[in-house]
Design a binder for this molecule. Structure first.
Ligand SMILES: Cc1cc2nc3c(=O)[nH]c(=O)nc-3n(C[C@H](O)[C@H](O)[C@H](O)COP(=O)(O)OP(=O)(O)OC[C@H]3O[C@@H](n4cnc5c(N)ncnc54)[C@H](O)[C@@H]3O)c2cc1C
Length: 486
């Protein structure tokens, strides 16, 4: 039997970061991951000379992120270099009301230059007055302090935005961005989450990637645990959490026990509480709350390997005024009423790091649309077919240059991250949905009612978009556990 200070279940960005931070502070850490690599949903895999993420990922903010803080704190910045392409690496494909596709190119870090303003006017058909309204929206975001933003946990983002009377195409652009960042309906997203993320985006830019693949930072964090004298197991599933005398005291893997003073789970709050620990160890009101938590939507789409450069930017959203989703539009979509263009987010990892392909000039790209988190959802085929039809219209040449094409949806996301513990959940792209009632002060506490058991990652302990939220949680939960073990 092995004894540790801390056992971390899962090496997604939440698990890998909390494990490394606690190892740095002198704790003896065991990190147990069920798949072959660290990185969770943003794990980078390697196949036949190509490295790519199972599910596309680009970091927001690009600069001054929690990721920068993480690599600086651990002293691993040189082993996990960040990259943000120069020049106009972001592009937009916008279908206007007249049925014309408008295209613009921008830097990943917006500067507000005359050139960018002119591009916005041409792309969206808006006036200087419209841009002033957009400026007032972002000006207000930048003027609020953290306490004022925290106070907006129960205000919907779309309602908060309404007072700025922005022109419809600009509302579409902001809402498309929010759907992509949070993978929830914009009218249910709290204004607080929106403002924190857009403030980060304005001040820190939109697209950070990591040389060697997005998941590389998590891999280096996991290696760091071993370098500090800890244990890192891959391809090892935690079967259960050991509970003795009303306290979590370790985990069971492969028929043996790993004992620890604290257990931190990155396996998702529902699977952790309901399956790994067992509902019998928690108050019934807590079990009711956990069972009722709503998942973020899933994302489905395809990973492409192309034998030439088809996409001419690193980040390309494709949308119309009908594409962005509030709850009503999302329900319509579930009922078969689709927008003229499903909101498509394209990220192109090889535009960030050409070394991801052994063959120079080959392109790696990821085209993504939204679907329910339900691993049994029948929507995946339709969503992918509609996405493909738009891609075919915009890039007709693409189909002649496909080396590999790998479709995926909620089922694949679940297999790479969390088990299905509640019907309709498991394939969530982010974690529990960042909607009013589940965020900020209303988010589940990272300290569970079972002493010694903590949750890390996008289900508890952090704020922000996607992986940034997971690492934010890693920092916060490390401090919490440190304090409790002192
Ligand atoms: C298609 C797609 C696109 C996305 N795009 C972006 C993006 O561009 N930018 C961004 O920031 N975010 C993006 N996200 C969201 C982002 O990937 C997640 O928010 C984030 O990775 C979640 O991190 P996490 O630490 O909470 O958990 P996860 O990544 O879910 O990690 C959980 C880990 O726990 C392990 N695990 C689970 N159960 C067990 C067990 N019993 N035993 C051992 N190990 C276990 C899993 O294998 C996994 O490694 C995207 C997600 C998807 C699906």
């Amino acid at each position: 039997m092995q004894e540790f200070d801390v056992c971390v279940i899962g090496a997604g960005f939440g698990g890998a970061s909390v494990a490394a931070l606690l190892a740095k502070s002198g704790k003896k850490v065991a990190l147990v991951e069920k798949t072959a690599r660290a990185g969770g949903k943003t794990q980078t895999t390697e196949r036949k000379g190509y490295r790519f993420e199972m599910f596309g990922a680009v970091g927001i903010p690009a600069y001054n992120s929690r990721f920068h803080e993480l690599v600086d704190t651990l002293g691993i910045a040189e082993r996990a270099p960040f990259v943000v392409p120069d020049g106009d690496a972001a592009s937009i494909r916008y279908l206007n009301k007249q049925g014309e596709w408008k295209v613009s190119y921008n830097p990943l870090m917006a500067t507000g230059s005359e050139k960018e303003m002119t591009a916005m006017k041409e792309t969206f058909g808006v006036t200087d007055t419209d841009l002033e309204a957009l400026g007032a929206f972002y000006g207000e975001i930048l003027s609020l302090d953290d306490a004022a933003i925290n106070a907006l946990d129960n205000t919907g983002a779309y309602d908060w935005m309404a007072r700025f009377n922005m022109a419809e195409p600009l509302v579409s652009q902001v809402c498309m961005n929010l759907n992509t960042l949070f993978v929830v309906a914009v009218d249910r997203l709290p204004a607080s989450e929106m403002i924190f993320a857009l403030r980060d985006q304005v001040l820190g830019g939109a697209g950070r990637y990591h040389i060697g693949g997005y998941g590389h930072v998590a891999e280096v964090c996991a290696d760091y645990v071993v370098e500090q004298g800890g244990l890192y197991l891959t391809k090892t599933r935690v079967q259960s959490i050991l509970v003795e005398d009303g306290r979590a005291v370790g985990v069971r893997v492969d028929g043996r026990d790993i004992r620890a003073r604290a257990v931190i789970s990155n396996a998702g709050i529902q699977p952790t509480v309901l399956k790994l620990a067992g509902a019998e160890h928690f108050p019934s009101a807590y079990i009711e709350r956990i069972t009722a938590l709503e998942p973020s939507w899933a994302i489905c789409g395809f990973r492409y390997v192309l034998d030439k450069r088809i996409f001419d930017a690193a980040l390309i959203p494709v949308f119309s005024d009908e594409s962005w989703l509030n709850e009503e539009r999302y329900q319509d979509m579930l009922n078969g009423k689709w927008p003229n263009v499903p909101l498509i987010a394209i990220d192109v990892p090889s535009e960030f790091d050409p070394g991801l392909s052994d063959i120079p000039g080959h392109q790696l790209a990821n085209c993504q649309v939204f679907m329910p988190a339900d691993t049994e959802s029948k929507l995946v085929d339709e969503a992918i077919a509609r996405c493909e039809a738009v891609i075919d219209e915009l890039w007709p040449e693409l189909k002649h240059h496909i080396v590999r094409k790998e479709p995926y949806g909620a089922k694949q996301i679940s297999s790479m991250s969390r088990d299905v513990a509640v019907p309709g959940c498991g394939g969530e792209a982010v974690g529990i949905a960042q909607v009013v009632g589940q965020c900020g002060s209303s988010k589940p506490d990272a300290r569970t009612p079972l002493p010694g058991l903590y949750i890390v990652g996008c289900d508890a302990g952090g704020r922000g978009a996607g992986t940034h939220q997971a690492v934010d949680s890693g920092f916060n939960v490390a401090a919490m556990v440190e304090q409790d073990l002192a």
